[in-house]
Write a protein that binds this ligand. Structure first.
Ligand code: C2E
Ligand code: MG
Ligand code: MG
Ligand code: MG
Length: 278
């Protein structure tokens, strides 16, 4: 049965391919209405100071609660939104919503928002960010934009111009998934990043004997370039302790908390003064 199901037809597509294309088309069709229909939600994953273990901020992660297909991962629908250009509207909505939420948090907390490289192709990203800050009243230094390097970037000069404008606005810039994909050190040297987000593959898979050397080197590189470091994908105390001992400033991962609704995030705040994210 398995063999037959995967057998290709005259067009070279197997039934499984057809099912995937069908789902792709369906999601594509439904995504536009999802914002208006209130099916998109933002979750917040805590970021902690690895020394004090205090909450210093949170990363915004999107969820799509599809009425018929159930919960859909951003790993599936963000690329789709990037293909169709819908990421522009979606991205604006996320920024407005995240800034508004964060404006109600303690002054020491930073909100991190993922920004697609496609949003950079649109030179009004600076205006979108400015407007989100203005409407929410959130101070610029409490917003951090996480940027993943991408092969999709067709105009690196435009990206660079926008990033310098954002930096002048006072928002923080973070390189997401550092060390993976098309990550290049030249890019890293020439762009005004404040923070390095160490990709979770370095944190979670330490079976290779060189894994720890690599972590140590990334953290040292960031330190010498005066960048903050956030390690993502911390799933156990061993990893948290190791990263802290290597000098990584902040951590994020299931060991501390999964991404949660905003009320749950705020419930994690201890009474008393919070360690500010320097
Ligand atoms: P990312 O920005 O690198 O986010 C980290 C991903 O790792 C999240 O997956 C998070 O839930 C997951 N994660 C966090 N801690 C752990 C851990 O300890 N163990 C494991 N196994 N996983 C952990 P998620 O929420 O499915 O998001 C996937 C990707 O989708 C994100 O990767 C980001 O690139 C993209 N994404 C999510 N929300 C947005 C958004 O609002 N806008 C844009 N442009 N992209 C988004
Ligand atoms: Mg991220
Ligand atoms: Mg990441
Ligand atoms: Mg990622």
């Amino acid at each position: 049965v398995q063999a037959r199901a995967n057998r290709t037809n005259v067009h070279g597509f197997s039934p499984a391919d057809h099912a995937a294309m069908e789902r792709h088309r369906r999601l594509d069709r439904d995504l536009r209405g999802a914002i208006a229909g209130g099916q998109l939600r933002l979750l917040y994953q805590p970021q902690v100071d690895l020394r004090t273990r205090k909450l210093v901020g949170a990363e915004t992660l999107m969820r799509w609660d599809h009425p018929e297909l159930g919960l859909i991962s951003p790993a599936e629908f963000i690329p789709l939104a990037e293909e169709t250009g819908l990421i522009i509207d979606l991205g604006r909505w996320i920024l407005e919503e995240a800034c508004l939420q964060a404006s109600r948090w303690p002054d020491s907390m930073v909100v991190a928002v993922n920004v697609s490289p496609i949003q950079f192709q649109q030179s009004d990203l600076v205006a979108v960010v400015t407007e989100a800050l203005r409407r929410s009243g959130l101070p610029p230094n409490r917003l951090e934009l996480e940027i993943t390097e991408s092969s999709r970037v067709t105009d690196p000069r435009l990206v660079s111009t926008i990033m310098w404008s954002l930096q002048r606005l006072g928002v923080r810039l973070s390189v997401d998934d550092f060390g993976t994909g098309y990550s290049s050190l030249i890019y890293f040297r020439d762009l005004p990043f404040d923070t390095v987000k160490i990709d979770q593959s370095f944190v979670r898979d330490r079976t290779s004997p060189d894994a720890e050397a690599l972590l140590a080197a990334i953290i040292e590189l960031a330190r010498r370039m005066r960048k903050h470091t956030v390690a993502e994908g911390i799933e156990d105390e061993t990893s948290a302790a190791l990263l802290a001992s290597l000098g990584c400033t902040y951590g994020q991962g299931y060991h501390f908390s999964r991404p949660v609704p905003v009320e749950q995030l705020l419930a994690m705040l201890e009474p008393g003064p919070l360690e500010a994210r320097a």
